[in-house]
Design a protein around this ligand. Structure first.
Ligand code: SF4
Length: 457
């Protein structure tokens, strides 16, 4: 196997930008979110639609819809230069405790609604931010109180995101005892220079230690995250990084392609220096790097299971939260800026911790904006999200929505077939490797006309 191709734009650290002020080409990494996390785009969700959430919450509980819980922990040791999430790096223990109390208050309010009362979650997800930033006592207290409100005895998966530098053996043991089944380590790179240049708080030593501890504790699934195309990345280093990841033998590896959304430190630097393209590899290079990584993992016995993941054992490595959400599950999402979904209505919470806590103190839910989806939008949402898996069954959409994607999207499908990104295999739609590597870009073609040019934030 040949090593990954050379990047045209592996430039210096943020202070030493050398990217030319040339007009952007289709492949340069410009500012913006391309990753399709949901549909319709967030920019269409508005405060005027908040009432639609309450209408669902006041309705009877559904009989056949799965429920997931998400809690957003917005604290980190340090803000990464590429981070666009709502995070705080300056909160002390009592402020964090107050935030956790507010989160519990939020779960409590939801547990008293007719739509959610008595329901047990199929999956639970702790994201952020850095959930592992919490102390052992905070984690135990938080999860005990959550379990009192929404018992976890029928829960198939408890996923937990962790930053390696915040983990100790004792904290990992506590996570196992709490019931975490899927531990996801934000490794991003095994190279200390890359970690430093990109503003990560941890270093490779902490990553190796966390992986080793976690393995001895027997989590059902250990995932590590990598990012292709971080600042200063080189083909040689990416090659080392992928091979190191293979040596570590995690159950699952998630690989993202670096993008530069608006509210990142990198974008601020670009704006100040008047640059249009970001100081990271271009899209063609990042796709080639991920393609190369996928082939290396396959050679080592892994299977590509979506546009972003490889798994060691497809029989045992399940993604309950992902698959359930992509099939329309309800998601009770608590915490600042978090996104949830009840009975066809999307919602997002207040984006700052102040208003978030004030709303809860007033006895209100801290919902900031919402969007009631139509039948057609729900169909499109599930269809595009499931295309990210690389294979999806047409019969699913005919049975659930009474819509055949081949009839609804004849032009888009034929266009993708002509370009070699999509094929039909019996009743399945199959996305080629080339298509998977740029799937988020391609999905915009299935959006309703009015949503196509929306800023995806
Ligand atoms: S660890 Fe994650 S959430 Fe925290 S600053 Fe870095 S990218 Fe953002």
């Amino acid at each position: 196997m040949t090593p990954p191709p050379k990047s045209k734009e592996t430039t210096g650290v943020i202070e030493k930008l050398t990217v030319p002020l040339a007009p952007p080409s289709e492949d340069q990494t410009e500012v913006g979110n391309y990753f399709v996390a949901n549909y319709p785009p967030f920019s269409f969700w508005t405060p005027e639609h908040k009432g639609a959430v309450y209408d669902v919450l006041n309705s009877p509980r559904p009989v056949d819809t799965n429920l997931g819980l998400y809690f957003h922990i917005p604290f980190c040791r340090k803000r990464c230069h590429f981070c666009y999430f709502r995070v705080y790096t300056d909160k002390n223990a009592s402020e964090i405790n107050a935030y956790l109390d507010a989160g519990i208050k939020e779960f409590e309010r939801y547990s008293q609604t007719s739509y959610l009362a008595g329901r047990k979650p199929q999956f639970v997800y702790f994201g952020g931010g850095t959930p592992s930033y919490l102390s052992i006592d905070q984690l135990r207290d938080l999860t005990n109180r959550m379990k009192d409100l929404f018992p976890w005895d029928e829960t198939e998966e408890v996923a937990f995101e962790a930053e390696p530098g915040t983990l100790t053996e004792k904290k990992l043991e506590a996570l196992r005892e709490i019931g975490v089944t899927r531990l996801s380590l934000g490794i991003e790179s095994f190279d200390d220079h890359i970690l430093e240049v990109n503003g990560r708080a941890h270093r490779s030593k902490e990553a190796y230690r966390a992986i080793a501890f976690a393995k001895t504790l027997g989590f059902d699934q250990l995932n590590i995250d990598l990012i292709a195309g971080m600042m200063d990345e080189t083909p040689e280093n990416w090659e080392r990084c992928v091979h190191t990841a293979i040596e570590q033998q995690p159950d699952c590896v998630t690989i993202y392609q670096m993008e530069i959304p608006y509210n990142t430190t990198i974008f601020k630097e670009m704006k100040e220096s008047g640059r249009i393209s970001a100081p990271v590899a271009d899209w063609k290079t990042k796709r080639a790097w991920v393609d190369w990584a996928f082939s290396q993992f396959e050679a080592a016995g892994y299977t590509v299971s979506s546009a972003y993941t490889v798994v060691k054992n497809p029989e045992t490595t399940k993604f309950v939260y992902r698959d359930s959400l992509w099939e329309g599950a309800d998601l009770l999402s608590a915490g600042v800026a978090s996104f949830g979904h009840f009975g066809g209505v999307h919602y997002q919470n207040q984006a700052d911790v102040g208003p978030y806590m004030t709303e809860l103190e007033k006895g209100e839910l801290p919902i900031f904006r919402a969007y009631p989806t139509s039948h057609e939008e729900r169909f499109i949402r599930e269809f595009i999200l499931q295309l990210k898996l690389g294979r999806t069954r047409l019969g699913y959409f005919r049975e659930k929505y009474g819509v055949d994607p081949l009839v609804r999207f004849p032009e888009q499908i034929s266009d993708l077939q002509t370009r070699g990104y999509l094929s039909l295999d019996g009743d399945d739609i199959v996305i080629s490797r080339d298509g998977l590597l740029q799937i988020d870009r391609l999905l915009h073609g299935f959006f309703l006309e009015k949503h196509r040019d929306a800023r995806y934030t």
